[in-house]
Design a protein around this ligand. Structure first.
Ligand SMILES: [Zn+2]
Length: 446
């Protein structure tokens, strides 16, 4: 097994950083860039030098997986402890002193438990790895890291066939206005309420059929209840679907994953089990049903379907407007170790949203910078009205941002003419007869 050149370069930069006196650099590399190979190589070199490695992961599901990667990579496991952070914290006193601490998914590392481990071995060099070196509130990782080592971008990984290209559609299916935020993230119960409605399930399924029919999909939900209900709704529609969570017994989980791999299950619903590092078989579609303020979560979840397979084009169906908060998954981002003021964090979300445009006709969502002509939808050819843009120049960013919600916030009841009902029917894949019937019922036509 060998590292790709850009991976090798990162390992070299880490070595150089230590050499220059940095104690805790953090590697930043997009999802799919092969972070686990890089840390495996660093662990291999360290253990082959007879030195001990402590490798920290943040959830128990990942331990076995990482151990098996490390064994394949040739890490000497009698010199390497792979441990879930909580377990390691409990056994801290008994733990032999490592020569190197590696932190997987380093963005978690501001948590007290990580700090306790670091403080126990203050003179031990560290290295972390993450795709998104930020906390939920947008702060950088300056508390625990002293240097960021930035790898190739997600765009580069796509262009060089390490990740599959993708199409992004963002038809909103539920009214998300009034959802509360607590401790920086949307309140689960609020989102669950908004999403567990018959009409919402109907739309989720019809958009899946329209844009990703038959494609294997991982579907991210707001809560376990919502995830189970979504899986049931897909099954009711004749599409094989299953739900997974942290409490799913191991044999059942293995069976479900095997069924998904074999294509006996098409849709795999979960809350956020299938995110960081959790190895699932290749899929071609990600369905986002959980709005999030977390850039990390957004990137991990939306990019889950982008593993490279020749000829593959991934489809991302964002039904909760996450693109409006975070931009496209492969947007270039400026990382820093600094803390950010709350206002700048909000501003950063707004700025990101300004770079994105959504077609009102087909919901195709794209980065303005990357589009050849940002005024024409690359998917359906819809021409964005220019005059309206000029008039609304100041508020344009805001409009783009809310479009995803506004457009689809319409309910049949809110339509005030036959034309609007027809348009609603078209967007929801209803038959024109439905609009005709409604229009007659409400007296719009005789
Ligand atoms: Zn379009």
């Amino acid at each position: 097994m060998q590292l790709r050149p850009y991976q090798n370069d990162l390992v070299e930069q880490v070595r150089q950083a230590w050499h220059e006196g940095y104690r805790a650099p953090c590697i930043v590399l997009g999802c799919g860039g092969g972070k686990s190979c890089i840390v495996a190589e660093i662990a291999r070199r360290t253990t082959w030098n007879g030195k001990r490695v402590l490798f920290l992961v943040h959830r128990k599901e990942l331990v076995d997986q990482i151990v098996s990667t490390f064994i394949k990579w040739g890490v000497l496991m009698d010199l390497c402890t792979v441990g879930m952070i909580q377990t390691v914290t409990r056994r801290l006193k008994k733990l032999p002193k490592p020569a190197l601490i590696i932190t997987d998914e380093n963005h978690h590392s501001l948590a007290t438990s990580y700090k306790r481990v670091y403080e126990r071995f203050p003179d031990v060099p560290r290295v972390g790895v993450t795709a998104t070196p930020v906390r939920l509130n947008g702060d950088g990782l300056g508390d625990v890291n002293d240097k960021l080592i930035i790898g190739v971008s997600t765009k580069w990984l796509i262009e060089n066939h390490f990740l599959a290209p993708y199409d992004y559609y963002a038809p909103s299916v539920a009214d998300l206005t009034g959802i509360h935020t607590k401790a920086g993230e949307y309140v689960t119960a609020d989102v669950e309420n908004a999403m567990i409605k018959k009409a919402v399930f109907g739309d989720v399924i019809s958009y899946y059929r329209r844009y990703a029919d038959g494609k294997k999909a991982v579907c991210y939900c707001a809560s376990i209840k919502h995830s189970e209900a979504t899986a049931a709704a897909f099954r009711d529609a004749g599409i094989a679907a299953a739900h997974l969570d942290g409490n799913t017994p191991k044999p059942e989980r293995s069976r479900i994953i095997a069924d998904f791999r074999a294509g006996r299950i098409t849709i795999l619903c979960n809350v956020d089990l299938i995110s960081e590092g959790f190895d699932v078989p290749d899929c071609e579609c990600a369905i986002l049903l959980r709005p999030t303020h977390s850039l990390t979560l957004f990137i991990q979840q939306s990019m889950r379907c982008m593993r490279y397979v020749e000829g593959k084009r991934a489809v991302i169906l964002d039904h909760v407007g996450n693109y409006a908060r975070h931009g496209m998954p492969d947007d270039e981002r400026q990382w820093s170790l600094e803390k950010k003021e709350k206002r700048t964090f909000k501003k950063a979300e707004d700025e990101q949203a300004e770079k994105v445009r959504q077609c009102p006709d087909c919901y195709f969502t794209f980065s303005i910078d990357a589009a050849g002509n940002p005024h024409i939808c690359p998917h359906c050819g819809y021409v964005f009205p220019k005059r309206e843009r000029v008039i609304n120049e100041e508020t344009e960013a805001k409009l783009i941002k809310v479009e995803g919600f506004k457009l689809d916030l319409r309910t049949p009841e809110s339509c005030s003419s036959y034309d609007e009902l027809l348009d609603y029917a078209r967007r929801h894949n209803y038959k024109p007869g439905w609009a005709y019937y409604r229009a007659r019922q409400r007296g719009f036509i005789a």
